[in-house]
Design a protein around this ligand. Structure first.
Ligand code: SAM
Length: 281
């Protein structure tokens, strides 16, 4: 579906409301409505979902999400200069769009959303990883969201989707893939944004698993992966020494060679190790 919404072009919205990009707010805007519609389509079938968007800015992705048929969109935007542009979108889509002006790290939007809920955002890069970790570690699982479709710096997207043996493989890959299916669905060059950032970007689509992929206690798994990847060049018998006095025996009991390094261990074995360590303590 094309983005036909009778709203002015985004360049005009930016000029009318004086939305010069602020670096401190991570403002790199998407002004091509064909591109924002394409990103919205990566979020799946939106027609039966409420969509939570973080950082709508002048509203390019917001308009994409609405034009692609989202049941409702709720956006959280910190920059009050964007409010008049968001008001115009609310007028164009009565009953389907609302926004909260505030900091996404402080605001709890759940009371305003009805499941199923999908999250879609061209995230401000300075808070993107923090928000992702929060969404992956809620007090209860399954989480409030069905899917996350998020723009990251390409390097962060690779850290989310990395497999064992890759330089990017680490704590973020373990956490993301333990709780979700995660894949890169779109690559974007710096020139896709106004102003262009220094690095390339990518959209990652994550779908929540009904239960974590392998059983493990989140806190223990985090302790193990923090120690293992904190000294990723060391053999596990050295990097994990502080976790249990008989770490070599524990590693062997779950079929991990004590001489291996964190980068070589897959998710299933990390979870088995977390369970074995939890059973000892
Ligand atoms: N979605 C728009 C687009 O694609 O053109 C703008 C994306 S821009 C990368 C990030 C947006 O997040 C900006 O509008 C910025 O003001 C907003 N933002 C920055 N920090 C925020 C925060 N803590 N809470 C909510 N919004 C924030």
């Amino acid at each position: 579906m094309a983005a036909i919404d009778n709203l002015p072009p985004l360049r005009e919205v930016i000029a009318t409301h004086g939305l010069s990009a602020k670096k401190a707010l991570g403002q790199n805007f998407l002004l091509d409505l064909n591109l924002t519609a394409k990103i919205a389509r990566q979020a799946g079938d939106l027609s039966g979902s409420d969509v939570l968007e973080i950082g709508p800015g002048p509203g390019g992705l917001t308009r994409g999400l609405l034009a692609e048929g989202a049941r409702r969109v709720l956006s959280i935007e910190k920059d009050e200069r964007c409010i008049p542009a968001l008001e115009e979108i609310a007028d164009a889509y009565p009953g389907r769009f609302s926004y909260i002006q505030g900091d996404a790290l402080q605001v709890d939007p759940l009371a305003h959303l009805t499941p199923p809920i999908r999250v879609a955002a061209n995230l401000p890069y300075n808070i993107g990883t923090e928000l992702l970790i929060r969404w992956l570690t809620p007090p209860q699982w399954p989480p409030f969201w069905q899917s996350l479709t998020l723009m990251f710096q390409r390097e962060v997207a690779e850290r989310i989707t990395a497999k064992p043996g890759s330089n990017h493989y680490g704590r973020l890959a373990i956490l993301s893939q333990w709780r979700a299916d995660a894949r890169i669905v779109l690559d974007l060059p710096p020139q896709a944004f106004t102003p262009p950032p220094k690095v390339s970007s990518a959209v990652v689509h994550l779908t929540a698993l009904p239960a974590p992929r392998f059983p493990a206690d989140l806190k223990v798994l985090e302790r193990v992966t923090a120690a293992a990847f904190g000294q990723r060049r060391k053999m596990l018998r050295a990097s994990l020494r502080g976790l249990a006095p008989d770490i070599e025996d524990i590693l062997t009991s779950v079929d991990i060679k004590p001489t291996e390094r964190a980068e070589q261990i897959d998710l299933e074995h990390f979870c088995a190790l977390a369970r074995a360590i939890a059973a000892q303590t």
